[in-house]
Design a protein around this ligand. Structure first.
Ligand SMILES: [Fe+2]
Ligand SMILES: [Fe+2]
Length: 315
């Protein structure tokens, strides 16, 4: 526990430290999930009623239910990390991450309430609940159970190995690989300038959903910062604290089939091969940075630079 007098600088926080810089970046890039305009999304979905059939609309609901549920799960699972972090700046950074995960959860709930529910009603479809089990699958449940267990293990044991396992589950697989892949796919499917490899239909035949894309760009930007913090910590634990990199590799090997399984039952005009390849590429690049003695986590400004997520872009 830090003593209130344990600094020789006169203040307790240091914006020039690693974690202090991350805290500062999070505060600077603040955004409000309630400010995102969702009216055009409702209109676009109704306009594309013929191309974007009821079944495909339900796949969009599945995506929002599944990945909104993921945000809720990580919001609830993060807290035990506070026991393992040392120093005021790291604790301050953690408060921003917890706040941001809660904002991500709220954004997806709002999307459900203000876009998906009213559009379903307008189209004469059955109303649905985002927590309905039909939107989950076995891989999803196994993945988030594993993340919860790895984080809860910190309550009893904050050893470097347990910390490494927790970061590998949460920051590397759930945030860096699963969430970034999901959001990249949604942005590609419903953005104006997404990656065409992900969709199997021409862009003109897909509704453009600016509110969804705007919210996701901001969420991805926040996730870039969370992932950077986790990568920095895992790298330190492996390179400086002597944790065997097999702890990281073992977690990834165990969880990657679940990551793939979370995408493969999503039907509709999406290319699963392109999505899984994106996930694998992310994973390989993360692993290289952690295990290579000369590897470096890119600066936070670079990690949060996502197209459409510039500070003030929604103003
Ligand atoms: Fe998040
Ligand atoms: Fe996150």
């Amino acid at each position: 526990m830090a003593k209130l007098t344990s600094t020789d600088r006169g203040t307790r926080s240091d914006p020039d430290s690693f974690a202090g810089g991350y805290f500062r970046n999070a505060v600077y890039r603040h955004w409000d999930p309630h400010d995102i305009d969702l009216a055009s999304d409702r209109e676009a979905l109704l306009e594309y009623e013929d191309e974007f059939t009821g079944e495909e609309f339900d796949m969009l609901r599945l995506g929002v239910a599944r990945f909104g549920g993921g945000e809720e799960a990580v919001t609830e699972d993060l807290m035990p990390l506070g026991l393992a972090l040392e120093g005021t700046d790291a604790q301050m950074f953690l408060t921003t991450q917890l706040y941001e995960e809660a904002k991500h959860t709220r954004f997806f709930d709002r999307y459900w309430e203000e876009v998906l529910d009213p559009v379903a009603e307008e189209l004469g479809l059955e109303p649905a609940d985002p927590t309905d089990e039909r939107y989950l699958n076995d891989d999803y449940v196994a993945m988030f159970d594993a993340v919860e267990d790895a984080m809860a293990a910190l309550l009893d044991d904050q050893s470097p190995e347990t910390q490494t396992r927790a970061y590998s589950h949460y920051h590397i697989v759930a945030e860096s690989v699963l969430a970034q892949t999901a959001y990249y796919s949604l942005q590609s499917a419903f953005g104006e300038t997404g990656d065409d490899a992900v969709i199997t239909r021409s862009r003109e035949e897909m509704p453009t959903l600016p509110g969804l894309v705007d919210g996701i760009a901001k969420i991805r930007s926040d996730e870039g910062r969370h992932v950077g913090f986790g990568m920095h910590e895992v790298r330190r634990l492996v390179q400086e604290e002597g944790v065997d990199e097999a702890v990281v590799r073992g977690t990834l090997t165990e969880l990657m089939p679940h990551v793939a399984g979370i995408f493969t039952d999503i039907e509709g005009p999406v290319d699963h091969g392109a999505i899984v390849e994106y996930a694998r590429d992310k994973l390989t690049r993360r692993l290289d940075i952690i295990t290579d003695a000369d590897g470096e986590v890119p600066p936070v400004e670079e990690l949060v630079a996502i197209e459409g997520a510039d500070r003030g872009a929604a103003d």
